[in-house]
Design a protein around this ligand. Sequence first.
Ligand code: ASP
Length: 303
Amino acid sequence: MFKLLIHGGAGAVRRDHYSNQEISEYKKSLKEVLDFGVEQLAHEQSAEDVVVKVVSLLEDNPLFNSGRGSVLTSDGRVQMDAAVMCGQDGSCGAVTLAESIKNPVQMAQWVMRKTPHRLLGGRDVDLLAKAQGFQMEDVDYFVTEKRREQLAAAKAKGAIQLDHDSEDHSQTVGAVALDVFGNVAAATSTGGLTNKMPGRVSDSAIVGAGTFADNQSLAFSATGTGDVFIQNMSGFDAHALMVYSKKSLSEACDEVLEKVKVRGGRGGVIALRANGESYMAFNSLGMFRGQMDSEMKWEVAIF
Ligand code: ASP
């Protein structure tokens, strides 16, 4: 048995913000990513490799807020975060404040597998990625016109916002997978929040906050007001609720989202257990999401 869940962000995703064509473009992109990832799982690729490959595809797609198409800091820069965690042995790696790595999630996996560290960031992680032969891009690759417009609109309102709270919408991405060997893994990647302070780190890069995986409990990837997910250590909290308090997958995820709400945040999670049970939930208006399993049963939804 294998299974894959993906998300492309949660927030004030209103149906009337989107043309029918935009909706079908998002759905088509999500389905293509599911098809690709499930084929990889069917070929006995590990959950870890599949979440990295799937998130890389989403990073390459400018519709989403990660890699190409990342939202902009208040001084108009791209600063990207990503993390990956393997449920089999708790291995994890992350990068933060990357400015020119084409696929930050691949560098996160490299940090996990090739260094004694868990989180590398800033100028040094860009230099290291370049030295290691990762594909690097300049600012024109990452920054889209839509993101410039979103930054201008956010500045006019004096807001720091989830990208989909503005007129144009594309979001943080994540994936959780279960492979044929019974292991789960999670990966998340983001450009963060529009008009964020330069140097701000998102929950996506913080293992235990927006990204978490443990075969005992769940693989977890979050999207939403990341500062609250960090404050709550939401990913680890979901794990703890399941392992220590014997909560079910859905109870743990609902409780985590409720705690985010209590502290003024909102967003969504995708979660998967090693027995194949999965759950997707959000307390915002919508979440770009999809899932597919080894029987090729699939679902893609936004609202
Ligand atoms: N969680 C991300 C952040 O706070 C934003 C998002 O999910 O869209 O940077």
